[in-house]
Design a protein around this ligand. Structure first.
Ligand code: ATP
Ligand code: MG
Length: 658
């Protein structure tokens, strides 16, 4: 018997691309056929987007799978591709970064200025003894120096490991130790929720535990007083005084570029290793194709933090390799008020916006009247990443932000994939709310059952990638065995699929009747109810489709009669009454609503009304913690949890009612 996922919901709405956008699109429908007829030749053409000091001898070396080498023998410098060549092409005056600090201070960094800063930082790192292959930890707020620090490492062939600025001493110290980093680049602090939030004390404590660290470079951002050690050097006294000329040397296409730890949604984070030639090829290509970027006229804004892969690939490497003008924002979406994002879109005339479902659902909860107050007419493409986007959240985004004009690209990818893999093309695809649609040209993805057999249209199962891709992870840093076990052993060669190496993404998915792909959440989260495999995502989306609900998280809890039973944690929208009987009534109505939408098998046993949900720092719902709550267990690893008080709130609510 093979394991599949039930296909419960059906979506019939569909939105073709606007005619003018389609006519002028960077990538047209022919790309799919071109890529299918010769996949490697297609990727070679994409690599020609970049400037290579020496061309490659071989596109892909897959002789030792699953350890891939792309553009073998080629040499390039990543920072040269992201900065110097735009200046050389006469675009030095183009704005690279419109930076907006949370308190409202601003900076404008042109490509010429970026070149100066990156060169100075490269000179300083070299002076501090950093050489190609060394690791540098970066622990910074969302300030231009974060991009400068990453590019300076790339420029001298050092490997950066960016650690999200909200992480604790423990998280920072273990990441420094795992990578054996020599230098940390940090700041005194940054602004969060209207006040300075210190970073340096965390670094001091972490560095005290990490013998490998020789120097700490400190950017002055808040001006608050900091303790000082003999390893510390101010950025403005070193980098900003350094020589502004630095000649970038080319490195091998497989030179390591960065290590980045996954979000930790499912367990202990994995140190994902990415290299240069293939990674930059695919981030540059996808940023151009998926967002239809026109570097001369677009203003692009990705709201992610630089500490996540989205920040690496779609704030730094993709946009800058394409010579884009972008907005970078330091702070939170509700400072000084809940209109901040829309005020920024309006102010900079942002034309491409890339954000996450968690933010879209938060904006839904806050109310339609907030975006309605702003001029959002500059927007022409909207993107989503990080979690499955519920169809109703997608529709809200389309109506309230896109004003029913702009295409939405729901982009599926992972830290491991390095760049977008599954997404609509805004000038080609007729999109369906909630679906990531199809693999991009050049990408081979499928949905298979537990024997690695592709499921037919209408069926559900495991999302897999069936051919190597340029920006694929090369390994888990220092742990090839975990790399093999995590991604390649489930369906890999010898595991039921002949001699083919199949990458297991860990996500469930279905193909609808047209073959479009729908991501159904983590395989670990799939519920088995009375013999039916049911996805958490579909039940959550059914709940969110009720007008009283802003957000929902669903888990399967052990049940004596059904094996597992569906337990839902639900956040009501702002204006909904939930006290006493009103709450009881709402719960009854929601249970019936799910049964009506998806069928009686999906009716939750229990619905809890909660004020918040546990999320990772990158905003993803941590269902495993809710499962612990639903099954009365003590909580698992909470180190990547955004706010630990949330779990107390939820647990105490459970004792007082349903
Ligand atoms: P960990 O692997 O440590 O548990 P994580 O998987 O949350 O953490 P990331 O690499 O940041 O770390 O996230 C990738 C995952 O996010 C995907 O595997 C998928 O589950 C989810 N995801 C990202 N984009 C989408 C999308 N557009 N639709 C559905 N799911 C998405
Ligand atoms: Mg993952």
């Amino acid at each position: 018997m093979s394991e599949t996922l039930e296909n419960l919901s059906s979506e019939t709405r569909q939105f073709p691309p606007p005619a003018d956008l389609a006519a002028a699109a960077n990538v047209k429908a022919e790309a799919y056929a071109e890529a299918t007829s010769d996949r490697l030749a297609y990727w070679e053409r994409q690599a020609e987007r970049l400037s290579w000091a020496k061309p490659w001898d071989q596109v892909l070396d897959w002789s030792n799978p699953p350890f891939a080498k792309w553009f073998v023998g080629g040499r390039l410098n990543v920072a040269y591709n992201c900065v110097d060549r735009h200046v050389e092409a006469g675009h030095g005056d183009r704005v690279a970064i419109h930076w907006e600090g949370e308190p409202g201070d601003t900076r404008t960094v042109t490509y010429a200025e970026l070149l100066k800063l990156v060169s100075q930082a490269a000179n300083t790192l070299t002076e501090l003894g950093v050489v190609a292959g060394d690791r540098v930890a970066i622990y910074l707020p969302m300030i231009p120096e974060a991009a400068v620090a990453m590019l300076a490492c790339a420029r001298i062939g050092a490997t950066h490991s960016v650690v999200f600025g909200g992480f604790s001493v423990d998280a920072l110290a273990t990441r420094i130790q795992d990578a054996d980093a020599k230098v940390v680049i940090t700041a005194d602090g940054g602004y969060r929720r209207g006040k300075p939030s210190a970073l340096k004390p965390t670094v001091d404590e972490a560095v005290a535990r990490c013998a490998s660290i020789e120097h700490v470079l400190v950017v002055r951002r808040t001006g608050e007083e900091v303790a000082w050690t003999e390893k510390d050097k101010w950025w403005h006294e070193t980098v900003e005084q350094a020589a502004a000329e630095h000649v970038a040397q080319p490195f091998d296409a497989e030179q390591p570029l960065f290590i980045l730890y996954t979000s930790g949604t499912t367990g202990k984070p994995k140190g994902i290793l990415h290299t240069t030639g293939g990674y930059l090829t695919q981030t540059s290509y996808t940023h151009n194709a998926v967002f239809d970027l026109k570097p001369e006229s677009d203003v692009y804004w990705c709201t992610a933090d630089i500490g996540w892969v989205t920040g690496h690939s779609y704030i730094v490497y993709g946009p800058l390799s394409n010579g884009a003008t972008q907005v970078m924002y330091e702070g939170t979406p509700d400072t000084p008020d809940r209109g901040r994002f829309w005020q920024i879109v309006d102010k900079y005339k942002v034309s491409i916006l890339y954000t996450a479902p968690t933010l879209i659902r938060t904006m839904m909860k806050w109310g339609d009247d907030i975006p309605a107050k702003y001029d959002l007419s500059s927007l022409r493409v909207l993107g989503s990443v990080g979690e499955p986007i519920n169809p109703e959240a997608w529709m809200w985004y389309r109506e309230n932000v896109g004003r029913e004009r702009t295409p939405i690209v729901d982009t599926w990818w992972q830290t491991e994939t390095g760049a977008v893999m599954i997404s609509p093309l805004p000038g080609v695809t007729a999109t369906k709310p909630g679906s990531a649609m199809t693999p991009l040209p050049g990408i081979s993805a499928d949905v298979v059952d537990d024997t690695a057999t592709p499921v037919p249209n209408g069926g559900g199962g495991f999302l897999v990638l069936t051919e190597p891709w340029p920006s694929m992870l090369r390994t888990i840093w220092g742990d090839d065995q975990r790399f093999l076990d995590t991604y390649w052993s489930r369906f890999g060669a010898g595991a039921g699929s002949g001699d083919k190496w199949i990458y297991f993404a860990g996500d469930g998915a279905k193909k609808d009747e047209d073959g479009a792909l729908w991501l159904l959440g983590r395989v670990d989260d799939v519920m088995l109810v009375s013999g039916h495999n049911i996805s958490t995502t579909e039940v959550e989306s059914a709940l969110v489709s009720h007008p009283a609900v802003a957000e929902a998280a669903v888990v399967g809890a052990t049940d004596p009669t059904t094996g597992q039973a569906i337990v839902a944690f639900t956040i009501p929208r702002g204006n909904v009454a939930t006290e006493g009987e009103a709450g009881e009534e709402l719960i009854k109505e929601l249970r019936n609503h799910v049964a009506k939408t998806l069928g009686p098998i999906a009716k939750p046993r229990q619905i809890m009304l909660v004020p918040e949900l546990p999320k990772t720092r990158s905003g993803k719902i941590m269902r495993r913690l809710l499962r612990d709550v639903a099954e009365n267990r003590s909580l698992g690893d909470v180190t990547t949890l955004q706010d630990s008080a949330v779990m107390d709130l939820i647990s105490s609510g459970l004792q007082t009612g349903k």
